[in-house]
Design a protein around this ligand. Structure first.
Ligand code: BDP
Length: 687
């Protein structure tokens, strides 16, 4: 739900020539209509005689003067009107997706060169609601808004039909797929259209619709499914979003009938070129491919003795003639490692594989790097790959679907975490991760990607409050410097229009610090995992300890944590540039929250906080679980103050979160008490 523009008169001025029309122009008109007509406002359409005649921006010949003008720069050609606040003519072209907001007393004008820029400008106005036009004499400004990141993408891990192990949406906690049902693209895409609108309104500009683990059925989307893929692309295009498919590296064999998928084989190259040409015949603005190769059983170039630049460039060359991009994932590691062998370290794997390939990728390859070196834990250091490949287009990948952060049964507001990741400075000073993925003179940026948390659930995200994560993702991708508090307040106002101050402050209270709370009751001090194997919900401290997945904590009677130092451990710290390679190397300088990620320490080790590791484990688990109880109590006060369906859904999930947080607290505390034999100094009873 969005706050309306109110009783405003909005004029939309678009180019006259049909050739110059973009699909998003119609969306601009429709959205402007939705924001005005339904709320007592008036929409003046393109070429409406009321707004043409004299100079359109100077006021209509007859009829109401527009309070808001949305205009494409080309539609203004010939107009000499230049508000005093405007620093340059309104006809000056703007970059793609950017818009200018010029305010004069009593009128706000948004101009953009492209349809998606104008749409972004309209949504920006709608977010401001009634305050969008101000009358005060001093209210004059001219601001250009442009996205910080060129690519703002959501990846769906949707299968066409139910998958025997993973369900329809892999790691999906919001029902089935929005796009697919019964093994095919849905006939009725009306809900997808609403979803595209939702994403477009927060600036998302690319979507990959199918799972990165590509099974036989999904592999055929690339060939037999093109007519349906085109229908999906039409729906997204209207909101300025380009569609992508995840493809199997073995597609030439799986669907092409070739005996090999070797990147050096001419038949394989020809197959990709032909298949890709057919995709573009069906979807001329197709975004490109997403590929998970040589990872967790997916096929890849290693089978042919080729490296990942050979693999990525094979697909990039098929896409290049059409302006497409391949998003090649850096999530490559050995998931069949020997847990007795302490020299292998999953955290090292992506850097070991990719850093030597810097400079070898074609221009239309984006290397998509998970934000941490392991796998979307509630706390990890930032991946060193993001600092190691200056000549490569890099994207950072986040996980909105809450696989390891409570599976949308727990409230876990992830923006503060994402904000920290994007603000991290891999060289201590200077460029941040957000700067890296925005691009440099050496390589354009690959932007930010999140694994979507949306399904066909009535609330979109299963947990109604998980919508805040989806909203925050779009907003941070547009501007990574926005504060999580501000964006959360913005979301609360939009999602609960007309809410009282009490409702708003409860929303902020329950969501605001919920990521830290989650961190407090789950795996301690950055060590990660400790989840139940397979589905990854709830505690199981040793669940993955003696498995081949590379996700260990090494707890014994004396201590806990993974030694990743250069001096005595796996050497992972050496993958970071200074100063982090040294900060992380010593337990004296390593931040508390990452101590067990980098070090194996005795239980009596004293943290910077002054507590010992063992006492921290007891205290923080107790504090986290107690805090969840408070969150549930605060929510219960909203009974009757918000729509009953939302109230009840959240209350039920909070009850489960209380149960689960206590379970985490009790199991993790008991485990470490039994291992260490050290009693809880505060006297709490631990079994
Ligand atoms: C892991 C998930 C798995 C995904 C994988 C990936 O458990 O289901 O396939 O990430 O990112 O976290 O490819």
């Amino acid at each position: 739900a969005f706050a309306p523009l109110g009783r405003r008169t909005v004029a939309v001025l678009l180019p006259e020539q049909p050739a110059a029309r973009e699909p998003t122009w119609d969306t601009v008109l429709r959205e402007a209509d939705r924001a005005t007509s339904a709320h007592g406002g008036v929409l003046l359409r393109t070429l409406d005689p009321q707004v043409t005649g004299a100079d359109p921006l100077d006021g209509p010949v007859r009829g109401p003067a527009p309070d808001i003008v949305l205009a494409s720069t080309s539609a203004l050609t010939g107009s000499h009107w230049r508000p005093r606040a405007a620093s340059e003519p309104l006809t000056s072209p703007l970059p793609r997706d950017a818009f200018r907001e010029v305010r004069v007393p009593g009128r706000t004008i948004v101009v953009a060169t492209t349809g998606s820029g104008l749409l972004a400008g309209l949504h920006h106005l709608v977010r401001q609601g009634e305050s969008v036009v101000t009358d005060g004499p001093g209210a004059a400004s001219d601001t250009t808004h442009a996205p910080a990141l060129p690519i703002r993408m959501l990846d769906h891990w949707d299968n066409l039909g139910p998958h025997p192990v993973m369900g329809q949406v892999e790691r999906g906690y919001a029902g089935g797929s929005l796009f697919f049902s019964d093994g095919a693209v849905r006939e009725d895409l009306s809900r997808v259209a609403e979803y595209a609108r939702l994403l477009g309104s927060v600036g998302v500009n690319r979507v990959a619709v199918n799972n990165v683990n590509v099974h036989a059925l999904e592999a055929r989307l690339l060939t037999d499914g093109l007519a349906d893929v085109a229908r999906l692309a039409d729906v997204f295009r209207a909101h300025g979003i380009r569609l992508h498919l995840s493809v199997s590296f073995a597609a030439p064999m799986l669907v092409g009938g070739l005996p090999t998928a070797d990147p050096d084989d001419p038949d394989v190259r020809r197959w990709w070129a032909d298949a890709t040409a057919k995709v573009y015949a069906a979807v001329p603005d197709f975004g490109g491919y997403v590929v998970k190769a040589d990872s967790e059983g997916q096929p890849g170039p290693f089978a042919y003795g080729r490296d990942h630049a050979d693999g990525a460039n094979l697909l990039a060359r098929a896409l290049a003639p059409f302006g497409g991009t391949v998003f090649w994932r850096a999530f490559v590691y050995d998931h069949r490692q020997d847990w007795r062998d302490r020299s292998t370290d999953r955290a090292r794997a992506a850097h070991d594989c990719f850093a030597p390939l810097d400079g070898k990728f074609d221009d239309n390859v984006v290397l998509q790097v998970k934000h941490g070196p392991m796998d979307f834990q509630a706390r990890e250091p930032v991946s060193p790959v993001l600092a190691a490949m200056p000549h490569t287009r890099l994207a950072v990948e986040l996980q909105a679907t809450q696989e390891y952060t409570g599976q949308q049964r727990h409230v876990c507001h992830l923006h503060p975490w994402w904000h920290e990741i994007l603000a991290f400075r891999p060289w201590g000073a200077g460029r941040s991760v957000a700067d890296v993925v925005a691009g440099s003179a050496l390589a354009p940026g690959g932007g930010v990607v999140a694994v979507s948390n949306v399904g066909d659930d009535p609330f979109w995200t299963g947990h109604p409050l998980a919508q805040a994560n989806l909203y925050a993702f779009g907003r941070l991708a547009w501007d990574p410097t926005l504060s999580p508090e501000r964006v959360l307040a913005e979301w609360a106002g939009l999602a609960f229009p007309g809410a009282t101050e009490r409702v708003r402050s409860t929303l902020l209270d329950v969501l605001g610090d919920s990521w830290h709370t989650y961190e407090q009751y789950t795996a301690p001090l950055g060590v990660g995992f400790m989840v139940r194997p397979g589905h990854h919900y709830g505690p199981d401290v040793d669940g993955y300890e003696y498995t081949p997945w590379g996700t260990y904590h090494f707890a014994d009677r004396d201590g806990v944590g993974v030694d990743r130092t250069r001096a005595t451990g796996t050497g992972f710290t050496g993958q970071y540039p200074a100063p982090w390679r040294d900060v992380y190397e010593s337990p004296d300088s390593c931040p508390d929250e990452l101590l067990l990620f980098f070090h194996h320490v005795p239980y009596a080790h004293v943290l910077h906080s002054g507590s010992t590791v063992i006492q921290h484990i007891y205290d923080s688990r107790a504090a986290g679980a107690a805090r969840v109880e408070q969150m549930a109590a605060a929510w219960s006060e909203l009974d009757g103050a918000i729509p009953a369906g939302v109230f009840e859904e959240v209350a039920a999930r909070l009850a489960e979160q209380v149960r689960s947080a206590r379970e985490w607290r009790d199991q993790v505390s008991a485990y470490f008490f039994r291992k260490s034999g050290v009693p809880d100094a505060s006297g709490r009873a631990i079994c």
